[in-house]
Write a protein that binds this ligand. Sequence first.
Ligand SMILES: Nc1ncnc2c1ncn2[C@@H]1O[C@H](COP(=O)(O)OS(=O)(=O)O)[C@@H](OP(=O)(O)O)[C@H]1O
Length: 887
Amino acid sequence: MSLRRHFENIKNVACRILFKRRCTLRKVLAIVLIFSVVSFVILNYFFFHSSKYTKIPSLPPVPNIRCRLDKDLGLFDQMARNHDTPGNVRIGKRVLVLLETPYTKSAKKIMAALSAARFEYKVEDTGGKLPALTHFEKGRFGVVIFEHLQSYVNMAYWNRQLVDKYCRDFDVGMIFFVSSPDEFGIEFERIPDYPLLLQYNLAIKNYRLNMISDVWRIIRPGELIEERFPDDDWTVFHPNHTAFEPLAYAQIAEPLHKNASPGYDMVNRTLITALLDTGKIDGIKKILFGNNLKFWLHHPLLLDSISYLSHGKLSLPLERYIQVDVDDVFVGAIGTRIKAKDVEAMIQTQERLQHKVEGFHFMLGFSGWYFYHGDDEENEGDKKILEEKDKFWWFGHMWRHEQPHKFDQDYLEKSMSNNLEFAKEKGIAVIHQYAVAPHHSGVYPVHEPLYNVWKKTWDIRVTSTEEYPKLHPFYIRRGFIHQGIMVLPRQTCGLYTHTIYIDEYPGGREHLDDSIKGGELFQSFLYNPINIFMTHQSNYANDRLALYTFESAIKFVQCWTNLQLKQVPPLELAIKYFEMYPEEKTPIWKNPCDYKRHQAIWSANKTCKRLPNFLVIGPQKTGTTALYTFLGMHPAVKSNYNSPETFEEVQFFNGNNYEKGLDWYMDHFPNLTNDSTELLFEKSATYFDNADAPMRAFALVPKTKIISILVDPAKRAYSWYQHMRAHTDPTALNYTFYDILTAPDSAPRRVRGLRNRCLEPGLYAQHILHWLDYFPAQQLFVIDGELLRANPVLVMDQVQKFLTVEPYFNYTEHLRFDPKKGFYCQVLTDDQNKCLGMSKGRQYPPMDIKSGEFLKQFYSKPNLALSKLLTKLNFHLPKWLDDNVGA
Ligand SMILES: Nc1ncnc2c1ncn2[C@@H]1O[C@H](COP(=O)(O)OS(=O)(=O)O)[C@@H](OP(=O)(O)O)[C@H]1O
């Protein structure tokens, strides 16, 4: 067969397959062309989309942090100062912040910095009324911060006198940020009656700190910032008194605009950019900053200034505990996994870091199922990491990297047991008490099976997440304890699974470097005494960005600060955390459906409808059970299920039940379909006067309506006393009502306890205001309890209107006065009623006259406050209140 015939044959076969008939040479050429284009596209796709083939591996970046102090080690080293002043300093651990408005960027930065340091602070407007500065001869504030020096200078005379006197009397210092005016025309300004000249709107370079100052505690001076600063808005200080000590200097740089002040003659002159007034001028120590907190070094400077000026009362510890989690070991697509040489690099870096961070170990979280799932080189990496396993600390992840919230307890148990078996087989010594969940799933919002299985399988005591209470910036993430498992806040260091090449870092390499050199990562070290950072195994492959990031960050922190970096095992770390922040132990439960990120990692099959649309909050003995019963009669209203301990009340927001968690609470409600228009509610009369209940209720159900019932507080107090007698409470049985009411603070604890339960809920205005601190007034409805008793039909109509519940339910047909009980009851048949039990509407003797008079006196002011509040809220004044206030 000739070559031509052969070609003809191939052509014919191809044509028959493609076109089901014979074809021409032109068609053949078209086929070849299409084939070539398709092959080119496919090859191209594989070439560019597989990192394995695309990248000619670049050299990993080197963590070169230039630090002059390294060279001259010891030469400039100062011991970190302890600012505690011996003797009796009578000041509180609170900061007073005086602002022009809380909405400016610089004001927000001050508040964020104080929150990050977890200092309690009070913000006031410089033009307004000052808060009480003292309390029982003790100063309430340890330091006063002014957002602008100018607003202090322009403060109303009396206010300024008051703050000055306070600072002098209690030896409290002031901090000022001195901003340059927006207009370029003003170059100099003299502070009236103060030997200081300010020079504005300068560009600076070569910034350095005074080597010797008593202010330095966290700051380690001696380093130089050679760069020119980006904004030409610096203020420099020209002091004219020996009371001043410079804290920082900089050289004047060439201005960006030719006609801007100060002109070229000033360039290269070294001037003062931060200043301490030692108090010799007017008896008040002051620290002035020539710019605001947008400059990173002003953050440690601020912390040191606060510590110095508050005599160490507001001082962060110098120890910083760090933990670097390497999640997803063995997990990951080919091309993103670590190889043997990456493992070696990890070990070398770890060894270097162990000289800088006491006890440092990378914490490796593994999913055993993925072991040996890479290419040959990556599988060698898996082997290598096992060979070197004892050099690292290990913790458990999920066997197949599953998101726990998608699975039930049995599945989770199997998965975790598999991972545990894998660890045993490979000889990995897992740190049993610590684990993390992939994608934070199931940690918060809580998936109860995850907590159960963690405890059961691995005896987990500690975990970490960045999702609580929301994905907040690093400085306001918090921890909590649930089911005995301590959940610590987790920080990200700016590296994610896909950030594996420095040249492809989002926002460019500078972005990562900025974070390391004073930006977010540095600030995280600075403000958080405990930092758990999250990284992934892919961050240690390819460019090994995580090694670069942490070594650079740690070098930078040690170049600029006296912070002592350490690592301890997770259990020890968690115990330390909650010793430091005991107030964080109890979690805040939020509705996962209010936040997309949380809904995505919440237990599967949960409905968002299983939470109350309204709450009856009490107080006790005002007719709450009657209201609960009447509401339950409505066809479109559903109450909570009874609790075995607290009967019709759930008592979630006020006590220990809160710690049982959201699932526990939701299980008390019927499971409504998503399109149901029925309203769910619960009544717990204990909520009304509880300090935590409003905040907790608002966190979980911010749109819920709130119903409260008020009766004469004197009657309420007596009803509670009788309630306790009926429950054979020995204190109520052994003491008269009058003895209880008038018991002094020195009385036995149980007597004081009963006194308080009788009297305190009746301070109605104070408690309602506490609810209004959280809930808007339109969500609140106040029922007159006497009217509920006398005319429940009228009250139930008002309630239906407030709740906008449909259909309208005609209570006239369903409630009837029962002469035997002396109250309205539910109509069962023509001659049968269903009344509340013996414990509601009890028979007891009338209140004695002495007690009545005592209570009249005791409640006279609170009742007046209530009548003002109800008037302001547009509620009808109950007759008993009118009578009380008028009398
Ligand atoms: N319809 C009806 N039936 C029975 N009782 C009624 C009714 N309406 C209002 N009241 C008044 O409710 C008082 C009990 O209040 P609470 O249910 O809030 O008490 S508790 O806190 O739940 O124990 C109860 O207080 P005492 O009379 O001291 O027992 C009653 O005065």
